[in-house]
Unconditional design. Structure first.
Length: 364
């Protein structure tokens, strides 16, 4: 059953259409992540849910109550900002308790809530410090704690880890995941980092130009994207896309001409017939370098050694460069001619409108 329901939500800034009819249902206790390129509308959508931006059209309902026109303070939501937004003249304890004191909560209840949140976020040694005396990670924990003490129906996070260094982002991701598991409260999280989206989310909402491209679990989006945009956006390195020509059906397989080489694609996986301009999508980890007689051939331009894995950038005969995952201790050299096998079971086909026209079996 939907806990937070967004229906035909619109947002205009003069002539700019930031949100174009957003429809979304969020269940209670879900961890939902909004992700997409800069300017796609993810922060605008979050701020509109929070009441920090007014909507131009549509409705927002929380737990059966229409909150579309309510002030942000009346929506029973708590937001954590990228900039932390702590009061610099207050101690950590005062920052944590400020909203409760403003709501005239009894002192004994305030003390207990602050104690509980402080213990869970390991803030006890910091309660008498002011924000300038804290590290970035400590400030972010205080900002999260300030939201928790209010016990809202929904937590809203607007790129909360983007100001932290790489190691601290990993640590804070783990803390957020543990926090969600402990509290069981609905969380909506905005990020431009797809690793955060893939590791934190129950479901991911991919936005593009003010519209929802696709909603699904991280693995659904990775394995079964519905468009070229989603396929390229999810996955690091991104999916390789190679132009192809179709050929005749042969023994329930579709023979695809890929740079002069024939690839046999299972015809029963086509959702519709192929168009004249078909694109073959295949991820780097679903391609294998072989000594000879591979599906396609190319020449290595660059090898990236990342310790636990390596990626070879390979120029094909059409002057296109693709990326292939290679063994970690690979001794591949720049300029080396290579042959590449493609796992046909992992191929995704796209038509001229950049929509997926094939499926990867769920059991695969």
């Amino acid at each position: 059953m939907s806990y937070l329901t967004i229906t035909e939500l619109q947002k205009h800034y003069d002539n700019y259409h930031a949100l174009r009819g957003i429809n979304l249902s969020i269940t209670e206790g879900e961890f939902l992540v909004f992700v997409g390129p800069s300017g796609c509308g993810k922060s605008t959508l979050l701020r509109t849910i929070a009441g920090l931006e007014s909507s131009t059209g549509g409705t927002i309902e929380l737990d059966g109550r229409d909150i579309t026109e309510l002030a942000s303070s009346k929506r029973d939501l708590a937001m954590v900002f990228q900039s932390y937004a702590l009061y610099p003249h207050m101690t950590v304890a005062d920052n944590l308790s400020f909203a409760l004191r403003l709501a005239k909560v009894p002192d004994a209840e305030i003390k207990e809530k602050v104690r509980s949140v402080s213990a869970s976020l390991q803030l006890d040694p910091l309660l008498d410090r002011k924000p300038k005396e804290l590290s970035g990670g400590q400030r972010q924990r205080v900002a999260i704690g300030r939201a928790i003490v209010r016990q809202p129906k929904v937590f809203l996070f607007d790129e909360p880890l983007s100001n932290l260094d790489a190691a601290l982002r990993v640590q804070m991701r783990l803390e957020l995941a543990r926090l969600h598991k402990k509290l069981g409260t609905t969380m909506i999280y905005v990020t431009h980092d797809q690793i955060e989206a893939m590791t934190l989310a129950d479901r991911v909402v991919i936005l593009n130009a003010g519209q929802i491209e696709q909603v699904g679990t991280p693995l659904e989006l990775y394995r079964q994207p519905n468009s070229r945009f989603v396929a390229e956006f999810i996955g690091t390195p991104k999916m390789n896309l190679i132009p192809a020509n179709k050929a005749a059906l042969q023994d329930n397989n579709l023979a695809i001409d890929l740079l002069g080489n024939q690839i046999d694609f299972p015809a029963n996986r086509l959702k519709e017939s192929l168009s004249a301009s078909t694109i073959v999508g295949i991820r780097p980890e679903h391609m294998t370098l072989v000594e000879q007689d591979g599906d396609i051939q190319g020449r290595i331009e660059l090898v990236e050694h990342l310790g636990s894995e390596a990626y070879a950038h390979i120029q094909l005969g059409n002057d296109q460069t693709i990326i292939v995952k290679a063994p970690a201790r690979s001794e591949l050299k720049d300029g080396q001619d290579v042959s590449i096998n493609i796992d046909v079971q992992e191929i995704i086909l796209f038509n001229e409108n950049d929509r997926v026209i094939s499926v990867i079996p769920e059991e695969a």
